[in-house]
Design a protein around this ligand. Structure first.
Ligand SMILES: *Cc1c(COP(=O)(O)O)cnc(C)c1O
Length: 349
């Protein structure tokens, strides 16, 4: 067979694509409170919105709402179809042709994937034994831009803010801080965007705002960086319905506060439950917990799925041998998860 695709595409695998059926979804770090109630309101209100016409080219309404929330300007924001689109825009803008992106390992695998599909490569710099950044190694790694994610996925810990700041200050390249879980950690680099010429923070509506199905994310950066990114962004990627839902959600901060509260209250409960089962949990600053199984994690995750609870396996990855990740849910969801885990652990012996 003749291969028509670009050569590097042969080495790529399809992304995580489970068939959840009616299983409890503890595998994607979504919101314990379920769908944000503004979705139904947005769908009703969009009925009169003339969907025969295009949305605004750059998502002006949402950028204005974001500017209000953070006391910044619309010129500080790029909005897109999930923060995944924003990460793609960042690679298209700041990674040179055939260039390289520097990222931490273990971290969000899509960071490296965006470099690859944009024709570049990624340099992975291992985290230390406590999953913290090795600042000097990050600084020394050759590449056009640096991406790190704090709290980090899948390890769930925050990086020390001073380490991130050192990387920011000593780098003469763009540094992207992916804060997909920022709301749960309560720490952010957003207030610093106008202070640094090379800082981009990315955020999403998929986690704390419970709008994963609407696909909305954004970057926060100084107006110069924002202008570059807007030039390569595909026009109209944010549809009218999603933009409206996200704008409404920004005005309902109470929902986000409640979600964060549930996560903070449930985190120690789930942590202890995992510990009691002999599944060694790592400390978490996010809405998920990484844990290490004393047996094959892939088989554990598979057996748990047959009991209608889905968690995500990372056990075949270097440094994460037999590790899996569970979302932090409501008390009821966590207790179902722990109960099914207990059954699987029990059957093992
Ligand atoms: C979930 C997640 C995202 C986001 O995704 P979108 O749904 O595309 O906004 C980005 N980065 C990390 C580290 C994530 O875990």
């Amino acid at each position: 067979m003749t291969r028509f695709a670009r050569p590097y595409i042969e080495g790529l695998s399809p992304y995580y694509d489970p068939r959840p059926g009616r299983a409890l979804r503890m595998d994607t770090n979504t919101n314990p409170l379920g769908e944000n109630p503004v979705c139904q309101q947005a769908l009703r209100e969009c009925a009169g919105m003339e969907l025969g016409q295009y949305p605004s080219t750059y998502g002006t309404k949402l950028r204005e709402a974001l500017a209000d929330l953070y006391r910044l300007r619309p010129e500080n924001f790029v909005v897109g179809n999930g923060s995944d689109e924003i990460l793609d825009i960042i690679c298209k803008t700041y990674m040179q042709v055939s260039g390289r992106l520097v990222m931490a390992y273990p971290a969000y695998s899509l960071h490296g994937w965006f470099a690859t599909v944009n024709g570049g490569t990624s340099a992975e710099v291992d985290l230390d034994d406590e999953f913290q950044l090795r600042v000097d190694a990050m600084l020394e790694a050759p590449g056009d831009l640096v991406i790190l994610c704090t709290p980090n996925n899948p390890t769930s810990n925050l990086f020390r803010p001073d380490d991130v700041r050192s990387i920011l200050e000593q780098s003469r390249r763009v540094v992207v801080v992916d804060e997909a879980y920022g709301e749960f950690a309560g720490e952010s680099f957003i207030p610093l965007v106008n202070e640094y010429e090379n800082l981009i923070v990315t955020r999403t509506f998929s986690k704390a705002y419970a709008l994963a199905g609407m696909r909305v994310g954004y970057s926060v950066a100084n107006p110069e960086l924002t202008k570059d990114m807007q030039k390569v962004r595909v026009p109209y990627t944010l549809d009218k319905v999603s933009e409206h839902a996200a704008s409404l959600a920004l005005g309902q901060q109470d929902f986000v506060r409640r979600a964060v509260e549930v996560v903070r209250r449930e985190r120690p409960h789930l942590h202890k439950g995992l510990e009691d089962l002999g599944l060694m949990p790592y400390p978490s600053d996010a809405n998920f917990i990484l844990f290490r199984c004393p047996f094959d994690s892939a088989e554990f995750v598979r057996r748990l799925a047959t009991k209608d609870v889905m968690v995500r396996d990372f056990g075949r990855k270097r440094m994460l041998k037999d590790c899996a990740r569970t979302t932090i849910g409501t008390r009821e969801q966590n207790d179902i998860t722990l109960e099914k885990m207990a059954q699987v652990v029990g059957e093992w012996r």
